[in-house]
Design a protein around this ligand. Structure first.
Ligand code: GSH
Length: 273
């Protein structure tokens, strides 16, 4: 019998990782449609019909197309996993839903730190200025294209980096608070917020930025370590990393850590929850 679910995704995209981790945890089988984002598969007219923002992931379930990684996770949990990942009590549910919504700004921050450091290094080594202009012009949303170009040209001097650090500081402060109550966000059971956040925190770790949480938000590290021991982490994240990419990412990110660390410690505390 053909798989009912089809996932359009990319090997190292954080939003794809997050959905693959969810699919693995829920033990859901799916047909895989892997896109090469560097080659521009996301701009193919057929794919744009599914996802007009030209981003991954996209889930197709029969006739239904679901975009936005957090909505995909919530959909899969609700329709295919009897809502086992969503807390039942109103307060827990509100908190979990808030995390899902916050993933939009968290993803933007991760994208900023990836493209202003490791990805920037790779792109500058491979592309001419004209090619970078052309790459930015392909985004359906011109501001997204402008952001990408700004990150590539200005690196961590880009204003987007300052915004990312503010959002990430709030993320870790709030994670630390929730993890005081139990090993998972929201308590003793692994829930949808844990699944929604793991790939983002993992990306920062892989960029060599674990200093964001190591001392000040000390519950985040053990949370990530617990994740790394789960088969769903390997299936969703580790197994898809191309050979050599982990080393390149760490080198490309770590070079900027001293400056980011100085800026990080200079930020004032703000909390969202
Ligand atoms: N908010 C969206 C963000 C999706 C997104 O930006 N995906 C990235 C990969 S993580 C992408 O497809 N980028 C395409 C590109 O860089 O051209 C979601 O959570 O699904």
């Amino acid at each position: 019998m053909p798989a009912m679910l089809t996932l359009h995704h990319a090997p190292t995209s954080v939003c794809s990782q997050k959905v693959r981790v969810g699919l693995a945890l829920m033990e859901l089988r799916y047909e895989s449609r892997m896109l090469n984002l560097q080659a521009g598969d996301q701009f193919e007219p057929g794919y744009l019909k599914l996802n007009p923002d030209a981003v991954v992931p996209t889930l197709v379930d029969g006739d239904l197309v679901v975009v936005e990684s957090s909505l995909i996770l919530a959909y899969l949990d609700r329709e295919h996993f009897s809502s086992q990942l969503m807390p039942r009590d109103p307060a827990g549910r509100v908190r979990a839903e808030h995390w899902l919504l916050r993933c939009l700004s968290i993803h933007a921050a991760i994208n900023t730190l990836s493209f202003s450091t490791a990805m920037r290094k790779k792109i500058l080594a491979e592309k001419t200025r004209d090619e970078i202009d052309a790459l930015a012009a392909r985004f359906p949303d011109p501001i997204m294209g402008q952001k990408r170009k700004d990150l590539i040209l200005n690196g961590i001097a880009s204003a987007y980096v300052g915004q990312a650090l503010v959002h990430l500081r709030r993320l870790f402060a709030d994670m630390q608070d929730e993890l005081e109550e139990g090993p998972w966000l929201g308590g003793n059971r692994l829930g949808i917020a844990d699944v929604a956040l793991v790939a983002y925190v993992d990306r920062l770790d892989r960029l060599g930025f674990s200093g964001f949480w190591e001392e000040e938000f000390a519950r985040v590290g053990p949370w990530l370590d617990t994740w790394k021991a789960l088969p769903a982490y390997s299936t969703g994240i580790a197994d898809h990393l191309p050979p050599g990419s982990a080393e390149a990412m760490r080198a490309g990110g770590s070079a900027h850590w001293p400056e980011l660390q100085t800026r990080w410690t200079g930020l004032t505390e703000t909390r969202a929850l």
